[in-house]
Design a protein around this ligand. Sequence first.
Ligand code: FAD
Ligand code: SF4
Length: 174
Amino acid sequence: MKPFAFERARDVDHALSLAASSPGARFLAGGTNLLDLMKLEIEQPPRLIDVGRLPLAEISETASGGLRIGALATNTAVASDPRVRRRYPALARAILAGGSVQLRNKASVGGNLMQRTRCPYFMDAAKPCNKRLPGSGCSAMEGLSSTLALFGASEMCVAVSPSDMSVALAAFDA
Ligand SMILES: Cc1cc2nc3c(=O)[nH]c(=O)nc-3n(C[C@H](O)[C@H](O)[C@H](O)COP(=O)(O)OP(=O)(O)OC[C@H]3O[C@@H](n4cnc5c(N)ncnc54)[C@H](O)[C@@H]3O)c2cc1C
Ligand code: SF4
């Protein structure tokens, strides 16, 4: 893993100013996607900004009768919230279909939506991948693609979002 600076954000403004002053910096939430990619040297941020302790985990009612889910709510917290289970059962079920209990306890909503693709070529630095290195080509076009997109792909990339949660959120027009 490449050396990097690590800073813990005191509040949201601090997190944003750290990000603005450091091109290529990444926010760190649960770390379950970002740290894996750093170990593979797919992600090489010069600075990690730890947002994991910011008070952004609340799930609250909105005036229009919906729910507002904080970026740092864990996957487990969302899937087990009685209001989510009653009013948006597909969201709870989509989350529970993914990963393991340990992973869902650590993974945040923001991180889930912002996680990178799990296309095998994206995670293999030895293979061409336009998403990782624009212009290098797309190994999946002629290679393993059974988990990739049938619809909505481009000429450059056929990767799909790896987030199960995002499918349910899109279905609920969230
Ligand atoms: C073994 C394994 C199995 C998995 N299986 C599934 C599965 O079946 N279904 C599924 O949906 N997912 C699956 N995942 C992915 C998992 O859900 C994600 O790794 C997790 O949700 C990421 O959340 P995190 O808080 O750990 O994010 P991190 O790893 O901390 O961050 C991921 C990305 O999001 C960015 N980020 C994080 N928080 C914010 C924020 N608040 N604002 C802006 N950017 C932010 C980070 O900078 C980083 O780029 C799996 C992961 C693993 C390791
Ligand atoms: S589909 Fe192609 S361009 Fe997209 S992530 Fe996979 S290898 Fe890279």
